[in-house]
Design a binder for this molecule. Structure first.
Ligand code: SF4
Length: 417
């Protein structure tokens, strides 16, 4: 479904002027990602989130504090069309406010720009054939054209106190279970959710992810999920990403492709091995460790193809030069690296820490977007491997003329298929 996510009048602007405005919004996005954003009571009461507009998922997510009992927006859009995920930080100087009947992003009591919230897909109100609300299984987003299915909300690394220091999955699990009961998604539930989202035109890509489980169980599970999706969609393969821990047995990698997934993802998170050992102890001590993760990513490119394998990072913990080394190495091997700004979120071991400033992330994202270009990745390839409107993806789309607002300004625009 072609929805319009921008509101600015660009009829009298040149291409360079539109791009300049998009870059200004990009800097704002980076600053909000770094410092978070909060919302006034007046805005909350008038936002219609959870009804007309998309709400946040339960729990902490990226928020700096617990949001139980508050229905916060999932994201909002700036006038030129950049999407801002709502990372809640009560102490942020950025406040979404309701002024003269309109919602504004404000900074220190000054109205910066009017904003709009994300339209809520209809399938978010539907349930699976066994009664589970689809939005709890795989929320989707018209803007990203992506659904993210969380098959579980726990990670086995907690058993030995080895969960990643930036991750709050196991903290969120307790909150979720308290409100909705135990959480484990069956392949049929996932397939029904994907079918509903794809049929409504919300998304054409699904990321399947969850906490780490034992390797044999993980493979069997993804095989069953893939078969269920194929059966329900009536296709041989589909635009889906199987997010897995690096397997020790590399024969498992082709089986993910045979199950119908177009892409796979193994998230390395950090490039420096010593930081990795300290910050991601579970990943470092299991799945063959950092070296095996790297070999698995390279082998996955042989199986899935150039640009069909993704690895997410959490930049801002190790030095930037280290992360860039990783981006460069992996891009040259055909792996799509990507990242969202590190949010020192509630319930993680690094809760209360601070991430780097906006400029740090804009520089990193610019360099990654240049590496994508050099590697020959297109906007479609990046979308299919990742699906999220990250800073790097925004920059890539600005610099390579993919933003649909350019078309409205009478400027030739490239299309994401
Ligand atoms: S491996 Fe790390 S990042 Fe992934 S779910 Fe487990 S604790 Fe979280």
């Amino acid at each position: 479904m072609a929805l319009k996510f921008w509101t600015a009048d660009v009829s009298n602007l040149s291409k360079n002027e539109v791009k300049k405005r998009l870059w200004e919004e990009l800097w704002l996005k980076a600053d909000i990602a770094s410092r978070g954003v909060t919302i006034s009571n007046a805005a909350l009461q008038n936002a219609q989130v959870g009804d007309k507009f998309v709400e946040q998922n339960l729990g902490g997510g990226r928020n700096h504090q617990l949001s139980i009992g508050v229905e916060l927006p999932g994201c909002f859009f700036l006038p030129y069309g950049l999407k801002i995920p709502f990372t809640w930080n009560k102490s942020s100087p950025y406040v979404v406010d309701f002024v003269d009947g309109k919602h504004y992003l404000t900074l220190e009591d000054k109205n910066l720009v009017p904003i709009r919230y994300a339209p809520r897909p209809k399938y978010h109100n539907q349930k699976t054939s066994d009664g589970i609300p689809l939005k709890l299984i795989g929320p989707g987003d018209f803007y990203d054209r992506n659904m993210t299915v969380f098959y579980s909300n726990e990670c086995c690394y907690i058993e030995r106190d080895e969960d990643c220091h930036f991750c709050n999955i196991n903290y969120d699990k307790d909150l979720y279970t308290e409100k909705y009961g135990p959480y484990w998604r069956t392949p049929k539930q996932i397939a029904e959710t994907v079918k509903a989202g794809f049929s409504e035109g919300v998304a054409d890509h699904v990321t399947v992810t969850g906490g780490v489980i034992a390797e044999r169980r993980e493979l069997e599970y993804y095989t069953d999920v893939g078969e269920s999706i194929r059966e329900l969609l009536g296709v041989e393969a589909f635009n889906g990403t199987a997010t897995v821990a690096a397997p020790v047995d590399f024969d498992n990698i082709p089986k993910l492709k045979e199950a119908g997934f177009r892409t796979t993802a193994m998230n390395l998170e950090l490039w420096d091995k010593d930081y990795y050992k300290a910050v991601c102890p579970g990943k470092a001590r299991n799945s063959g460790g950092w070296d095996n993760w790297l070999k698995a990513l390279e082998y996955a490119v042989e199986v899935f193809g150039w640009g069909r394998v993704r690895s997410n990072f959490v930049p801002g913990i190790e030095p930037k030069a280290k992360t860039l080394q990783g981006f460069e190495y992996l891009s040259d091997k055909g792996v799509v690296c990507n990242f969202t700004t590190w949010a020192p979120n509630v319930g993680s071991a690094l809760e209360g820490h601070r991430c780097p400033e906006a400029g740090w992330y804009v520089d990193l994202a610019t360099k990654l977007a240049e590496m994508w270009k050099k590697a020959g990745f297109t906007a479609d390839i990046i979308h299919d491997a990742s699906g999220a409107a990250t800073l790097s993806y925004d920059i890539f789309r600005i610099e390579n003329d993919y933003f649909d607002i350019l078309g409205a300004a009478g400027i030739k625009q490239n299309q994401v298929a």
